[in-house]
Design a protein. Structure first.
Length: 310
């Protein structure tokens, strides 16, 4: 194809019609995407069959509600995190616990407790874990009134609200800190999970020669007065996929040490009949700043009553 013909077509596609005004930002972004895709089709000699196959694929991703899996699986969500890291560093905001991807399974409205909570409803016979720590400013000062939103999968790698076998908000809680900045909760050790094996995300990963597995992890979102929201997750040490997360979410500073307690006296003191685990993990937040124009990412999130449980 003659270069001038390609340039002319790109110009026509991205130019507003007579008498109509374009949104400058949308026009800029869409224009760049169209230009790059046009050149991809031309440079790689993409056939019409390949193009329409890609259109069908995107339709299937939407039908199966898997854009929330595809985005992290292709590295987009991690890329956004890295860009936000750089923006904060440029603004002099350093020392906070690293962020990492939110993922598609956060649901607002979890029950809220003061100081500590129990996340599980007792129906899953997984290993008991007690996790605790402090919410701190980057200077080490405990933060009073921080709200720690916690959510994670069960031992089958499934999340409540999306899984009809679990009670609503199982393994999901909010915990508000006191003046000491401490939070604590009891739960069960989660399992990692994989993309649906017959879904479009795994279909593409297969073509790329990649697996779709995530290591065991616990999601954390912390909001606090006069501080920037932290969205992150901890990974559990020893997991097979700890350093091979299909979603690129593992960060070295976020790997938590799980300590096994099998002494009968410790077990009895906790009111248990079997060994349990503990995790101690502090989270540091940057203070609020007008130097960066984002805090908590504004994105569509699932509401509990909107989920068609499968």
């Amino acid at each position: 194809m003659q270069p001038e013909h390609l340039t002319d077509l790109i110009e026509k596609v991205t130019s507003p019609s007579d008498g109509l005004a374009a949104n400058p930002r949308v026009s800029e972004v869409v224009g760049r995407i169209v230009k790059d895709l046009f050149h991809t089709i031309e440079d790689l000699d993409v056939t019409p069959e390949e193009f329409w196959s890609a259109m069908d694929y995107l339709r299937d991703v939407g039908t199966n509600n898997e854009f929330g899996l595809l985005a992290p699986g292709l590295g987009f969500e991690h890329l956004l995190d890295l860009r936000m890291d750089e923006a904060e560093h440029a603004a002099g905001l350093d020392g906070a616990t690293p962020r990492t991807i939110e993922g598609p399974l956060f649901v607002p409205g979890a029950p809220k407790s003061k100081g500590d909570a129990r996340l599980d409803d007792g129906s899953d016979e997984g290993d008991v874990v007690f996790m605790s720590g402090r919410i701190l400013s980057t200077d080490g000062t405990p933060i009073d009134g921080a709200v720690v939103d916690v959510w994670h999968a069960n031992t089958r790698g499934l999340y409540s609200i999306f899984d009809s076998d679990q009670t609503p908000y199982n393994l999901r809680r909010k915990i508000e800190t006191g003046s000491d900045g401490r939070y604590a909760f009891r739960s069960i050790l989660p399992s990692g999970y994989a993309c649906p094996p017959n879904g479009p995300t795994q279909q593409l990963l297969d073509q790329l020669g990649r697996h779709g597995n995530r290591p065991a992890h616990i999601h954390i979102m912390v909001e606090a007065p006069d501080h920037r929201t932290l969205t992150t997750q901890i990974n559990l040490d020893g997991d097979e996929y700890l350093n091979d997360d299909f979603a690129f979410a593992t960060r070295e500073e976020l790997v938590a040490v799980t300590v096994l307690h099998d002494d009968p006296a410790d077990i009895e003191a906790r009111g248990l009949t079997a060994p349990f685990y503990t995790i101690d993990f502090d989270f540091n937040l940057n203070t609020s700043s007008e130097a960066v124009d984002f805090d908590r990412v504004d994105r569509a999130r699932v509401e509990a009553q909107m989920v068609a449980v499968v």
